[in-house]
Design a protein around this ligand. Structure first.
Ligand code: EPU
Length: 594
């Protein structure tokens, strides 16, 4: 089987930003996809499945395999007077498919005219516009299961559709590839979804009830007036999602100061805001960074002047998120998928359970004026693939979040349930605003946390308590939104606990010994962070000499020590005493693994 090597990704995305992929393959049948899934190229690489590339930003070159479906074909089945099923291959151009439905007089998706991309992505992303979402018409989705190599069919209800969301973007990511999507349409020319402002006026403008063709025509006209055509100006449509906030916050803090703010009810106690309006009213219309700029006619879009780099786009997006947050207290989330394999680690705390300085200690380390000798309780934040993953929630979490400007957390990995690693759980409240936080834990940690945080797991909850989605893991790899996490079991004295490997980075804390088969999972690392308590022996923690010996055995390219107590000495002296490729962590330190 031939794979294209070192392929240019720019023409495969609507943003048109330069990036390369090591291996690329397009398939046009399930048979061919099955064959691909049996190759070493598939099993030995990170695999990314793309559609029309209209919602992707490659932040750097992709070291892995990119797959693209060219499964084509559209078929219509008339069920009865009321229903027609339209079944389309995942690789069909979305707007071409909508046009065929409208030409045949089948209504239901005409409001979704003109959206760039392919049919497969309509289900993954639950595309939406002008009052209609793909989920309103999707009947079922046929997929290829990469685990069993068989096809499976999911009903609409099984796909977990929500605003710009589905299970394909989370727990199903990487496992199921969409092959075909079936839509339930009406064999009728009469347009039904006319609630969106400009469409509501269509009857008046036309002087008769609008047909599905009229709606398609009007939608294409509106899109043309507001949104840049990707063939002319590179862009990925809405760069941000429209944020959903509590009605209380909205009325108190936003509506009171901006009576003209557009908003839409989103359930009983929440409202959806227009991100484009917030960006414009934060003064960012036309703002630019290098070759990237805010599209002035629809501020929700970041456009490419022609020479934009991914860094231009991400720095502009970061500026938008910060400015809107400062102005309105609302944190925008990118809708565009960042494909970013760089792992950026921020050390939030590098101290052991008592921290450094220790309370009431007068030793020279505890009295040191060097900020690197001030060690909060151990934890790290890992940023990769656009996600922020916290490892352990230390009792110092509040101070750590403020000092490091942490705005969101997508998931938490817990190593064990000792207080210095979980004492910050209550301070996670601000990060639960959009729903329960996914927490990955061993079974024993789950049991401990439910006891300790019983007020978060009762039937009748006090309003405002943090919300956790406990996900019990065992000692086998698992995925967070497609990102592979490998647990490493280490012994903390007699207690088995977890360290974690993410790509070529691993974080291990509170280890004393590591079994041979677990050490195997740490081979070929770029960067290892591991605990090294002090010079003297300790029954449950590696000391510095033992940690050096372990690093020499594992052989990462570089290693960092953490979880120090004051007996480890002054940071400067410690740094000078360690072998060349081993460094002491300090709070606030960042490490990038490319
Ligand atoms: N607005 C501004 N300034 C702007 C942009 C918008 O004041 O720069 C105001 C508008 O005047 C209006 C409100 O914000 O009062 C909403 O604007 P619009 O109707 O254009 O829709 P949107 O909420 O900004 C969403 C979708 C679009 C979709 C339109 C129409 C998201 C993230 N975006 O945008 O989808 O076309 O509704 O239904 O939900 C896409 O996904 O790529 C996309 C373009």
């Amino acid at each position: 089987m031939n794979f294209e090597i070192n392929k240019d990704l720019a023409p495969l995305t609507t943003f048109g930003i330069p990036a390369r992929v090591s291996l690329y393959k397009e398939y046009d049948s399930v048979d061919m996809l099955t064959k691909i899934s049996r190759t070493p190229e598939f099993s030995d690489n990170e695999v990314l499945h793309i559609g029309g590339g209209s919602n992707l930003l490659f932040v750097n070159d992709f070291k892995g395999l990119v797959l693209h479906s060219a499964i084509k074909g559209v078929k219509f089945y008339r069920k009865d007077e009321e229903t027609v099923y339209a079944i389309a291959g995942a690789g069909e151009n979305w707007d071409g498919f909508v046009a065929r439905c409208v030409e045949n007089g089948f209504g239901g998706i005409e409001n979704l005219s003109g959206i760039p991309g392919e049919v497969g992505a309509s289900a993954v992303q639950n595309i939406g516009a002008y009052g209609v979402e793909a989920k309103d018409a999707i009947h079922h989705v046929e997929c290829f299961d990469t685990l069993t190599r068989k096809t499976v069919v999911f009903t609409n209800g099984e796909c977990g559709f929500a605003y710009r969301d589905s299970r394909f973007k989370h727990e199903w990511k990487g496992r199921y590839y969409v092959i075909r999507v079936s839509f339930r349409l009406r064999p009728s020319e009469e347009a039904r979804s006319l609630e969106y402002g400009p469409l509501a006026r269509l009857r008046e403008t036309l002087g008769h009830s609008p047909s599905i063709g009229d709606v398609r025509h009007e939608v294409l006209r509106i899109r043309d007036s507001k949104l840049p055509a990707p063939a002319v100006t590179g862009n990925a449509g809405s760069f941000f999602k429209n944020p959903i906030v509590s009605r209380y916050y909205f009325e108190e803090e936003i509506l009171s100061r901006h009576p003209d703010v557009p908003f839409y009810p989103a359930g009983e106690k929440r409202v959806k805001l227009a991100a484009g309006w917030l960006i414009e009213h934060a003064g960012l219309k036309g703002a630019e960074s290098g070759g990237a700029y805010i599209y002035p006619r629809q501020c929700l879009v970041i456009a490419n002047r022609g020479d934009a780099t991914a860094a231009d786009v991400t720095s502009l997006a970061d500026r938008v998120i910060d400015t809107v947050n400062r102005e309105f207290g609302v944190r925008l989330e990118p809708e565009v998928n960042y494909i970013d394999s760089t792992v950026k680690v921020t050390v939030l705390g590098s101290g052991t359970s008592k921290g450094v300085p220790e309370i009431a200690c007068g030793c020279r380390v505890c009295r040191s004026a060097d900020t690197r000798d001030k060690r909060l309780r151990a934890s790290v934040m890992v940023r990769t693939q656009g996600m922020d993953i916290l490892i352990d929630a230390s009792p110092d979490l509040r101070a750590q979040a403020l000092a490091n400007d942490i705005g969101k957390i997508d998931a938490i990995l817990v190593t064990h349930s000792h207080y210095d690693h979980v004492g910050g759980f209550d301070d996670l409240r601000p990060f639960c605003a959009n729903g329960p936080l996914p927490i990955y834990v061993r079974k024993d940690v789950d049991t401990d946390l439910r006891k300790r945080l019983d007020y978060c797991f009762r039937d009748h909850l006090y309003p405002g308590v943090p919300a956790f989605d406990m996900r019990v893991i065992d000692n086998s790899p698992f995925f967070i939104n497609g990102l592979k996490i490998i647990p490493i079991e280490v012994m903390h004295g007699k207690l088995p606990i977890f360290g974690y490997r993410i790509g070529d980075f691993a974080y291990i804390t509170d280890a004393k010994t590591i079994a041979e088969e677990e050490l195997e999972k740490l081979r070929g690392l770029d960067t290892l962070i591991i605990n090294a308590l002090r010079h003297k022996e300790h029954f449950a923690h590696l000391n510095i000499r033992e940690a050096i010996a372990l690093v020499e055995n594992i052989k990462p390219k570089r290693a960092y020590f953490t979880h120090f107590n004051h007996e480890a000495g002054l940071h400067d002296e410690l740094a000078a005493s360690l072998p060349d490729d081993i460094f002491p962590c300090y709070d606030g330190m960042t490490i990038e693994i490319k």
